[in-house]
Design a protein around this ligand. Structure first.
Ligand SMILES: [Zn+2]
Length: 307
């Protein structure tokens, strides 16, 4: 395994819709020098302000992770972060002309394909690691959320997704360096519960475009009227509920939801900015808990360096 820092072999470009605005976003990921880390640059703003992808710059975790420094604000960075970091990219500058990363197909499939195409190049500097010195826990007790990070030679993540949902059930997913991230985790898409979006859809507050690539979980029976409305929103002739999921798309894995949560936490913990030597166990994690844990590890790392 390489102990040198890396960057991508050539610039890569993406364009797609932003989840919130629905506007077309263009994003270019450029090679960068050692110790630059992953940095986002807003090229649509005068002076092209930058924000480093680090836990200390997280300002919002509702429906995605947002970082902000001065005027440079970028949302929904987690799938791109997971792809760069887990594919082995330590340094890159992400130029973007909008306040959010394009949602693509709701997964990281397009990102990993492009990173794999241009490859990775080694830089002179040594890669930096954080050896987790002791057990660190972050919990949100009333929501049954808990993330534990313990000392270990290798980075691994064990994740349990549980929404007290009859449809989703309790799902598990695992990552360590023997797992083929690009094939097994990156293609897993984001998901929503229909009852959470039904009212918003009815009021026209969200458009089909922003959810048509998401897995939709249908916990409660839906009326014919509701079904007709959903067909219209998703621009489909017919949509049925199959085993609790809307059949506008086919699941890529039976536990695609847990695998997607794994994708999210890999992206959020990358906000530590260095590689983690530790074993992560996450129960019902979300962006808030993930980024709080990254911030906690960053603090611990800073206090060690200060000694
Ligand atoms: Zn996600």
């Amino acid at each position: 395994m390489s102990c040198k820092q890396t960057t991508i072999g050539a610039p890569i470009r993406f364009s797609g819709k932003g989840l919130h605005t629905g506007a077309i976003v263009t994003m270019e990921v450029l090679p960068a020098e050692a110790d630059r880390g992953i940095v986002f640059r807003r090229v649509d703003i005068k002076g092209q302000p930058e924000v480093p992808a680090l836990a200390q710059f997280v300002t919002d975790t509702a429906r995605g992770t947002t970082i902000k420094q001065g005027k440079a604000k970028v949302s929904t960075i987690e799938h791109l972060m997971a792809s760069l970091w887990t594919m082995g990219v330590d340094n890159a500058v992400v130029e973007i002309d909008a306040p959010e990363v394009p949602i693509m197909d709701g997964s990281a499939k397009a990102y990993v394909a492009e990173i794999a195409r241009v490859g990775i190049v080694e830089l002179e500097a040594e890669r930096r690691y954080f050896e987790v010195p002791e057990k660190v826990t972050f919990a949100i007790e009333k929501r049954g959320v808990e993330i534990v990070v313990e000392p270990a030679e290798e980075y691994s993540v064990d994740l349990t997704a549980d929404y007290s949902s009859q449809v989703v059930g309790r799902q598990f997913a695992h990552y360590d360096k023997s797992v083929d991230f690009a094939a097994e985790i990156a293609p897993c898409r984001t998901f929503v519960f229909l009852h959470e979006i039904e009212l918003l859809l009815r009021l026209g507050l969200i458009k089909g475009g922003s959810v048509e690539s998401a897995i939709v979980v249908v916990e409660k029976p839906i009326s014919e009227r509701s079904k007709r409305h959903i067909c219209k929103v998703f621009k489909k002739e017919n949509i049925e509920v199959e085993n609790g999921y809307l059949n506008h798309l086919e699941l890529r894995f039976p536990n695609e939801i847990a695998r997607h949560k794994l994708l999210d936490i890999l992206g959020d913990l990358a906000l530590l900015g260095v590689r983690i030597k530790g074993k992560v166990t996450a129960l019902r994690p979300g962006h808030l808990a993930n980024t709080q844990m990254a911030a906690r590890l960053a603090k611990l790392m800073a206090s060690q360096q200060g000694q």
